[in-house]
Design a protein. Structure first.
Length: 189
């Protein structure tokens, strides 16, 4: 009789445990379809990555061809890295330029020749600056590069703003945080 009661208790425990064990499995099954239906749209993710890159850019037109302009525009973008005297480490600036534009810039004494100097640093010239906000309109794949057309609003330090259309050429680069490098960009107002 004791054996029968022990077997009944054992079977009852097994049935109860089976119910508990299968409950999480049912929960997972009901949640899985909801999770899979939230898969991101690849184009939206790619456009967001490109917009992020474009919004960090402040180099346009002939600025790409002038090392002093590249350096000073990068310094403006990196102004939060300036020390109390207005100097930014050269390594931060050159890494930023390499990451965004794939340009191996060497900062020489000719850059900002008549500005304060500190070995290994670039002086952040005090001045107003603009911020750019892009909305991607189209992305055209041209095999070796892509052309991005975007509506851009430029916000100036004095509170003014102007709208234009930017055309930016990007090359794919998996060695950068952005996945692309900007090789040219122009704005038409």
């Amino acid at each position: 009789m004791k054996r029968l009661i022990a077997v009944c208790l054992f079977l009852t425990c097994c049935l109860c445990m089976n119910g508990f064990i299968s409950m999480p499995e049912q929960t997972v099954k009901t949640e899985s379809p909801a999770v899979s239906s939230v898969a991101p749209d690849v184009d939206l993710v790619e456009n967001a990555r490109i917009e992020n890159l474009l919004n960090r850019n402040n180099v346009y037109g002939d600025d790409f061809l002038n090392n002093e302009k590249l350096t000073n525009l990068a310094a403006v973008a990196l102004r939060s890295y300036a020390d109390d005297n207005g100097f930014i480490d050269e390594a931060i600036i050159t890494a930023y330029i390499k990451d965004l534009y794939d340009i191996d810039l060497v900062i020489t004494d000719d850059i900002n020749a008549d500005m304060p100097k500190k070995a290994g640093y670039v002086y952040l010239i005090p001045r107003g600056f603009a911020m750019y906000n892009h909305d991607v309109v189209s992305v055209t794949d041209c095999t070796d590069f892509i052309v991005v057309t975007s509506n851009v609003t430029v916000y100036y330090h004095d509170g003014g703003q102007v709208a234009g259309v930017a055309t930016t050429i990007l090359i794919e680069n998996n060695n950068t945080a952005y996945g692309y490098n900007i090789i040219d960009s122009n704005i038409i107002f």
